[in-house]
Design a binder for this molecule. Structure first.
Ligand SMILES: Nc1nc2c(ncn2[C@@H]2O[C@H](COP(=O)(O)OP(=O)(O)OP(=O)(O)O)[C@@H](O)[C@H]2O)c(=O)[nH]1
Ligand SMILES: [K+]
Ligand SMILES: [Mg+2]
Length: 368
């Protein structure tokens, strides 16, 4: 029996098994086994070269961030890219019009952001259907996903696509579970937690790890993680990505439905490429989800340079700004002066660990 068959069999059994107190343990072990086989499948493909990038999928990263447009065929990914940028990506009513990755650069609030149009993916993509695997691998290299779905069947499409991405180790809009997992040479499984755990205990952790043939490891869990999160850490190959949901073709649905979809998720945005409706909001949403801040710099005795901003992730420090300016700047810096929202008084003298905020102006003073 092949790995795919085994996966299907376990999935079937999971579907058959009723969830209750007495089957809880069994379900958890089945899930552990399932994750193991899925991981084996990915490794197998990676060896064959099927999991990596392929012809037309090697996109050179450009700009400060990259956004992967992911969706089923003919939902309007290429239409959207064409509307949002100067790049023309082929548009047609038949599925699989786009067969390679089409990158373009758009200017968002002064930052260069790379949008990548991708071929449509279909159910079973993660098992190698269509070019789904290559598409998802290419998406993994991006900074965020823009999931494009048809407004008429939004929830179903989101559910199916999320599952395809999950099967390829991509976790959307969730943060990395707070636990450490370290393999050691001997000593057995050492399990500790800093809080009350309601899904996991030492005994269960041991059993799961034995499934993976891990007999010696140190585990420290710092939050009440679920079994799935535990497995993600053990497999260790998950990518945690932000995702915005774009509901296209709202010209096909009622205004009540539009209103409902717009509120479905904090990262939702509704639009219509045909009616040119709300397209600027799609750009705003990408910016919001990327969570960037713009920082301006100033030379001594001069006005700040408000034309050219440095784009950094929210929460970045002076140190990170320095490395953006010049590779030696961080080591040369003596002190920095900050004007703006992050400064306690105007201006404030700060060190490298000072956390910046949107719109700050910074002057770096270097050692001579
Ligand atoms: N009604 C309506 N149709 C749209 C809208 N946007 C795109 N379409 C149509 O949907 C069809 C598919 O558009 P594409 O942009 O090729 O879709 P795609 O997602 O890139 O498709 P693939 O590359 O095949 O995966 C075309 O006939 C478009 O004209 C929209 O807002 N409303
Ligand atoms: K199409
Ligand atoms: Mg297309």
């Amino acid at each position: 029996m092949g790995i795919v068959d085994k996966i299907q069999e376990i999935e079937k059994e999971l579907g058959r098994t009723q969830k209750n107190k007495s089957t809880e343990h069994h379900i958890m072990l089945l899930k552990a086994r399932l994750a193991k086989y899925k991981n084996m499948l990915l490794e197998q493909d990676a060896k064959k070269g099927g999991g990596g990038t392929g012809e037309g999928f090697d996109v050179k990263k450009k700009g400060q961030a990259s956004v992967a447009l992911i969706g089923f065929p003919s939902v309007g990914k290429s239409s959207l890219l064409t509307k949002l940028s100067n790049t023309k990506s082929e548009i047609a009513s038949y599925a699989f019009t786009t067969l390679t990755c089409i990158p373009t650069i758009v200017d968002i609030k002064g930052a260069k952001v790379q949008l990548i149009d991708m071929p449509g993916i279909i159910e079973g993509a993660c098992h190698g259907k269509g070019r789904g695997k290559q598409v998802i691998s290419a998406a993994r290299n991006c900074d965020m996903v823009l999931m494009v779905v048809e407004a008429g069947s939004a929830e179903l499409q989101i559910r199916l696509l999320t599952k395809e991405l999950e099967n390829m180790g991509i976790r959307l809009n969730t943060k990395k579970p707070d636990m450490t997992f370290k393999r050691i040479k001997k000593g057995g499984i050492k399990f500790a937690s800093t809080c009350k755990l309601t899904h996991l205990n030492q005994d269960l952790a041991k059993k799961i790890l034995h499934e993976y043939r891990v007999f010696n490891a140190e585990i420290l869990v710092r939050e009440d993680i679920t079994l799935d999160e535990f497995l993600d850490c053990v497999i260790g190959d998950c990518k945690y990505m932000k995702c915005a949901y774009c509901f296209n073709k709202i010209d096909n649905i009622t205004i009540e439905e539009v209103d409902r979809l717009a509120r479905l998720h904090p990262y939702s945005v509704v639009c219509s490429c045909h009616w040119d409706l709300n397209l600027d909001r799609v750009i705003d949403k990408i910016w919001e989800v990327l969570d960037f801040i713009r920082i301006y710099t100033k030379r001594q005795g001069r006005n700040p340079d408000l034309q050219d901003a440095f784009t950094l992730r929210n929460g970045s420090t002076i140190h990170q700004l320095c490395t953006k300016i010049h590779h030696e700047m961080a080591s040369k810096m003596k002190i920095a002066t900050v004007w703006g929202r992050s400064a306690k008084h105007q201006p404030q003298k700060v060190g490298k660990n000072h956390v910046l905020m949107e719109g700050d102006v910074v002057q770096i003073i270097v050692n001579n």
